[in-house]
Design a protein around this ligand. Structure first.
Ligand SMILES: *Cc1c(COP(=O)(O)O)cnc(C)c1O
Length: 376
């Protein structure tokens, strides 16, 4: 039934929180209260809110062109693609609006690559506890009954196996393995088998697609995943808060797999989003923020462990596993002035901005400790 004051389909059970403003590591609600933001709109605001250089880039672009489409050339899109390309070994880039569209482009590119070589394989392998998005392809790669029930049939020839069995599951029928280097919704679990999965892909002519939509661009402590991927899917932090994703074809053999007309998007690579992304990427790289994610993440992890919490994750992508529903602790943390988010039902996930400093980390730990006591 429609609630006239909340005219939405019922996709989200929202927090009782209305945000109106963001500045640096903090956000403000409609009563004027400020919070330390350890959720960043689900791993999006890597440079914090309203970063002055990103804002200046967006405002300059707004004085020029707001939208032009991919039928034409646009300087901010060109600049952003060039920066991304250089950061990924002269990769070729396809821009999207969102994460799941980046995965979609990556999977289509992988299948097309095999098809063009006269070896039309279609099997896509993913891991259990993976999260790859909510379209029908995203769901087909996300083996969680709670998300899938009622939406079938899903696209075929997509299979999920436990991450430790993935390498052995790759065969000469496999078009690509799609894997998150650190599983985000699945409890911030770093995948330790990446090198074995890479080797299995190489042995069988399959491609490796890393879904770095959540962990990418430095959050996990390094800008690039040490294991070579053929295609990297990005989004979330990429657009600096504006909607932008990218399928980044690192393997040069893939650069000609798409030909004009094979794939497309109206809004993907919007020039305003690309202006924000170009500034965001420049600052992440110039200021070596991935290293900062590593060091601040280490401090946060140690502080949370000192509170007696079981912590998993990497860099500034950490989950505290409670063994009981996380919602009451998340609410108590908001009362203590900190916003975090869940990972599954029983873990609290910390996704603070890359620019967080020691004082903020200590504030986060203290608020979490106080909230734990409030909930006891
Ligand atoms: C958020 C996320 C997605 C989906 O991104 P959307 O922008 O919501 O479509 C896919 N994969 C991972 C790992 C994510 O964290």
């Amino acid at each position: 039934m429609l609630n006239p004051s909340h005219p939405f389909l019922h996709t989200y059970a929202r927090y009782p929180l209305t945000l109106v403003r963001g500045e640096g590591v903090r956000v403000q609600d409609d009563s004027g209260r400020w919070y330390l933001d350890a959720c960043t709109g689900i791993a999006v605001m890597a440079l914090g809110h309203a970063h002055p250089e990103v804002k200046a880039a967006v405002l300059a672009q707004l004085d020029g062109l707001w939208h032009g489409s991919n039928l034409v050339h646009m300087p901010s899109q060109q600049a952003c693609a060039t920066r991304l390309s250089r950061a990924f070994d002269d990769a070729a880039v396809f821009f999207t609006n969102s994460g799941v569209e980046a995965n979609e482009a990556a999977v289509k590119l992988a299948r097309k690559h095999h098809h063009r070589r006269g070896d039309p394989r279609s099997e896509i392998l993913t891991a259990t506890h993976a999260f790859h998005g909510r379209t029908l392809l995203g769901l087909a790669m996300t083996p969680k009954d709670k998300y899938r029930t009622g939406f079938g049939p899903l696209p075929p020839d997509i299979r999920s196996v436990p991450v430790e069995d993935l390498a052995a599951a790759v065969t000469e029928r496999t078009a690509a393995v799609v894997i998150e280097p650190v599983q985000g919704e699945g409890g911030c679990r770093p995948v330790t088998q990446l090198a074995a999965i890479r080797a299995a892909c190489d042995a069988n002519g399959a491609l490796l697609i890393t879904d770095e939509i959540q962990c990418g661009l430095g959050r996990k402590g390094h800008f690039r995943t040490p294991v070579r991927s053929d295609i990297v899917a990005l989004a979330k932090a990429l657009g600096g808060g504006l909607p932008l994703g990218a399928a980044v074809a690192v393997n040069p053999e893939l650069h000609d797999a798409f030909q004009p007309g094979d794939h497309g998007t109206t809004f993907g690579g919007n020039p305003v989003a690309c202006a924000a992304a170009d500034a965001t990427l420049r600052i992440i790289l110039e200021q070596d923020l991935p290293a900062r994610c590593g060091s601040m993440g280490g401090r946060l992890r140690a502080g949370l462990e000192d509170l007696g919490l079981e912590v998993t994750g990497q860099g500034l992508m950490l989950a505290a596993h409670l063994g009981r529903p996380a919602a009451p602790l998340l609410a108590a943390m908001r009362d203590r002035g900190v916003i975090a988010c869940p990972s599954g039902a029983e873990a609290v996930r910390f996704l603070p901005p890359f620019i967080i400093d020691e004082g903020h980390v200590d504030e986060l730990i203290a608020a979490t400790g106080a909230a734990l006591a409030d909930c006891a």
